[in-house]
Design a protein around this ligand. Structure first.
Ligand code: KMH
Ligand code: ZN
Length: 283
């Protein structure tokens, strides 16, 4: 597949994350009801994939198996979005528990290709964990999205694909995450350096710019043939002095810019074709 031939744009929404507290940002969607409402509105605004972190009844990040499964099922029942669960969780989640995320049978899972400093914390992704998560994703027919926070992660992805082969479905989609304090900076130069180093097996890529790097990275990705990830996991400020009120605003703006760039948002059906992910039945 020719990576540079994208004529439409895959928009991923990452609505919640594990870092922001509900007390600080009450409009952050944390309950299943709020996540379903977010999914429906973001799909209408142009998103085709949702990257999920789950919170407990106290709004704290959790990898509770029952909640994960309930959330996947609820979003599947209410939308056609591709449902991706985070296996990154929060920086405090043990590696063994992060592997259990696959038990919830999402369409897709994140798979970060290396350890990175993460603000004052460390986001652990040692090589043996990456390999184990990758093998389990293949065995369970879950399509991974490879998260690349640094140029070293691009190199580790190449090693993973060379040693372990292609993922379930045969497509290799990556998200280049820029602007995390400790990872690559959110600059066009860093993003384009990562794109230039992507291994040949990669069939599509998107980009994320954390915080104020959100818009320059979005514009660079569109210009360079990439797809987009937006959402309150990554960015809480819509414009100077104006906090994001709903994830839909970020999706709608991304869709508008993509459309101006002659790369309108792709439908969920097109996104499923791009990533070779068929719709799983709602149980
Ligand atoms: N919350 C971060 C520590 C992922 O979802 O896979 C990790 C993260 C990446 O958000
Ligand atoms: Zn995440």
């Amino acid at each position: 597949m020719n990576r540079s031939a994208a004529t439409t744009t895959l928009i991923t929404v990452a609505p919640t994350g594990a870092e922001t507290s509900k007390a600080d940002v009450p409009q952050l969607p944390t309950s299943i009801e709020e996540l379903v409402e977010t999914a429906v509105r973001c799909e209408q605004a142009g998103a085709s994939l949702i990257h999920l972190h789950i919170r407990d009844s106290d709004h704290r990040p959790t990898l509770d198996a029952g909640l994960l499964r309930a959330c996947v099922e609820a979003i599947r029942g209410a939308s056609d979005l591709i449902v991706q669960l985070s296996t990154g969780g929060s920086v405090h989640d043990p590696l063994e528990q992060r592997l259990t995320v696959l038990d919830a049978e999402p369409d897709s899972c994140s798979l970060t290709c290396g350890t990175t400093n993460f603000g004052d914390d460390v986001f652990l992704n040692p090589w043996p964990f990456m390999v184990e998560l990758y093998r389990q994703s293949i065995a369970r027919e879950v399509v991974p999205e490879f998260e690349l926070f640094d140029l070293g992660h691009v190199h580790a992805l190449r090693r993973l694909l060379d040693e372990e082969g292609l993922p379930h479905g045969g497509r290799v989609h990556v998200d280049i995450v820029t602007g995390v304090p400790g990872g690559m900076p959110g600059t066009p130069a860093a993003l384009l350096a990562a794109v230039a180093l992507l291994p040949p097996q990669v069939t599509s890529w998107s980009a994320t710019g954390i915080g104020r790097t959100h818009l320059p990275i979005l514009a660079t990705a569109l210009g360079a043939g990439g797809h987009l990830r937006v959402g309150m996991e990554d960015n809480l400020v819509f414009a100077r002095g104006r906090p994001v009120q709903h994830n839909e605003e970020l999706v709608a703006r991304a869709a508008e810019i993509a459309t101006v760039m002659q790369r309108p948002p792709m439908s969920t059906t097109e996104a499923r074709g791009l990533l070779n992910i068929s719709r799983r039945p709602v149980s």
